[in-house]
Design a protein around this ligand. Structure first.
Ligand code: SAM
Length: 437
């Protein structure tokens, strides 16, 4: 049996996610895997994301048919079993014998020949099972660590917690930013076949991709940048400035929009990690943007800025549909650790803000500890800042025709912007605006 390239790639990516700190979504878009054919790329994406989204459900099925505890299985064996089980449970179009035989082969390739018989027998038993209601609310919840679901119930209530869990188990829309109105998106992006786009839900200059765009000329030439609509919205909150700092800028998605909106401003984009700072230059090519690697907590700037974006490193719990690996990596203690870090970064940014200047603080976290609490604590320590009501900013964006989502109140919590996956058709993001009096 020869293992299909997509299953080999899925095995390799899932191994790397388990054994290193690499993210599945970044690996899938890396040059190594972008070389796969469009069909193979779609299948490897489906397998990797499917296994990560449903990991606990798959492991429960494996445990029912395994003579030893799942935790004791060799990693290579467990990952091959997960790939096989996912296909048997969730992918109707894959013939069971292909799913079974190739998982057995993956185990052999990984030099775990002695486990091949067991994998074969377990997957055959699984293939005979009729699975009822794989996709119901209890399974949506069970596909998450309990502590996260409990947290969302406390913060957002049980109904919204269920919506978040359901959304996380679906393939999220792939949004892009286009530079002309999405009414004519079919022809807006040269190098992309007509019919590849639908209009955005939140923004007039966003479009939703139908199918896979990774292989298109437009994507290769960077004319098409994949960016969630909520993330585009946060960048738009910066508005216009003369001296702008984007202090946690890599890979540069929001910075790119800020640069396009501010062709005459002096813009500095920084990121802690030099290799990540290099990524910014790929996305943000405007000559008025200066890219510097450095720590936002201690960077010495000669000037004060009238606009600062603090798009803080965060838990990422608003992006689990896109990054399902995060839910298995995160620990409850991470949230407090991140909060302390976020306060340090925001406090430093406040020191660099000119009088009358504004900071947009944002995260892609659903946890109030990383959002409202960070602001409250930072402001408590510096009373020269006040919170700007984001509703006014959203109204301006709507009046300008950019924001097309009608229910502004649903995008707000108090004076802050926040989107919730499942309630809105996008990632969960939080954004607040602070102004120095
Ligand atoms: C949420 S991401 C930023 C995404 C980016 N704004 C965009 O729209 O593409 C947070 C970034 O902060 C960077 N970072 C973490 N700690 C930092 C620090 N102390 N100073 C500057 N950047 C930091 C991380 O490397 C990461 O690239």
């Amino acid at each position: 049996v020869r293992v299909a390239p997509a299953r080999n790639a899925a095995f390799e990516i899932l191994m790397r996610v388990e054994t290193t700190d690499a993210y599945a979504s970044e690996l899938l878009h890396s040059s190594r895997f972008n070389r796969l054919s469009t069909t193979d790329h779609a299948l490897v994406t489906e397998l990797v994301m499917g296994v990560l989204r449903w990991r606990t459900i798959l492991d429960n099925q494996i445990a029912l048919r395994c003579s030893q505890p799942v935790a004791k299985l060799d990693r290579e064996v467990l990952i091959s079993l997960r790939i096989g089980t996912y296909q048997l449970m969730f992918l109707d179009r894959i013939p069971p014998h292909a799913a079974i035989n190739e998982s057995v082969e993956l185990v052999k390739q990984a030099r775990k020949k002695s486990a091949a018989g067991m994998v074969n027998a377990m997957l055959r038993k699984l293939a005979e099972t009729r699975f009822a209601q794989k996709a119901d609310a209890s399974n949506f919840r069970a596909a998450h660590p309990d502590w996260l679901v409990e947290r969302w119930k406390q913060t957002h209530g049980p109904v919204i917690a269920d919506k978040i869990c359901r959304y996380n188990q679906s393939v999220p829309p792939t949004a892009v930013r286009i530079n002309s109105n999405s009414a004519n998106v079919g022809t807006a992006v040269p190098g992309c076949p007509v019919g590849k786009f639908r209009p955005g839900h939140l923004l007039a200059n966003a479009a939703i991709v139908v199918g896979d765009v990774v292989q298109t000329v437009a994507a290769r030439e960077q004319r098409l940048i994949i960016q969630d609509e909520a993330s585009q919205l946060v960048a738009l909150l910066i508005g216009e400035g003369k001296n702008i700092l984007d202090c946690c800028a890599a890979p540069g998605g929001k910075g790119r929009i800020i640069a396009q909106q501010n062709p005459n401003a002096n813009i500095i984009a920084t990121d802690l990690h030099p290799h990540r700072a290099k990524l910014i230059r790929k996305l943000v090519t405007e000559p008025n943007v200066h890219v510097v690697a450095g720590d936002a907590r201690t960077m010495p700037f000669a000037t004060k800025f009238d606009r600062i974006l603090v798009d803080a490193p965060c838990s990422g719990t608003g992006t689990l549909a896109r990054n399902p690996d995060i839910k298995w990596r995160l620990n409850p203690q991470d949230i407090d650790r991140l909060q302390r870090y976020q306060i340090e970064i925001l406090t430093a940014a406040m020191k660099h803000t000119a009088q009358g200047g504004r900071i947009v603080y944002s995260t892609c976290s659903l946890e109030p500890e990383e959002n409202q609490q960070v602001l409250e604590r930072a402001i408590a320590a510096d009373s020269s800042f006040c919170v700007v009501d984001c509703k006014d900013e959203l109204r301006k964006l709507r009046d300008s025709g950019e924001l097309i989502w009608n229910d502004l109140d649903s995008l707000l919590i108090g004076r802050y912007v926040r989107t919730i996956p499942g309630l809105h058709p996008c990632d969960g993001l939080f954004a607040a605006i602070l102004q120095r009096e």
